[in-house]
Design a protein. Sequence first.
Length: 179
Amino acid sequence: SDSGESDRALPNILITGTPGTGKTSLAEISAQATRLTHIDVSALVKENSLHSGYDEEFDTLVLDDDKLVDELEEKVSQGGKIVDFHSCEVFPERWFDLVLVLRTDNTILYDRLVERGYNQNKITENIDCEIFQVVLEEARESYPEEIVVELQSNSVEDMESNLSRIQQWSQLEGLALAH
Ligand code: ADP
Ligand code: MN
């Protein structure tokens, strides 16, 4: 394992969860409210072609794990990053000080994915992923249990309480904005 004390001056957060649970929304407002810098990994994968092609059946890009980790290593090692991605087992354990797993009720998630224009295969795949807690299990297997936190993300009230949790944490870690 490559866990243990890091050399980072500033800590990092991972926000993970099934697509549509609200990772990017929460990461964006959290970056505005703290000194954390948001890294939207899905956008980065597309922009920098960190994939090995397109999977038609699931209408998704096939991730190139090595390229992705190489691309992120320097930025994340600096610390102060809020990394947003729907998977987490690809990242080294040592990168993160806090791992937030967003959860959304099926019917709410379904509507969000329809609104996003996903095809039926992709909607079913993602709803199953949420029902079977795939990302939560993955996070619990990949990181120390004391840094993995499950957060509900069904409503605007949830988003606000998740934001305030990140703000409190960033205060403890010296990442709060001066007011
Ligand atoms: P992800 O990055 O996990 O795929 P997004 O942040 O893009 O999810 O959010 C998907 C959709 O759900 C967006 O339309 C967003 O406005 C909405 N949304 C996200 N989080 C919440 C929440 N806590 N309550 C209500 N709507 C939300
Ligand atoms: Mn997103």
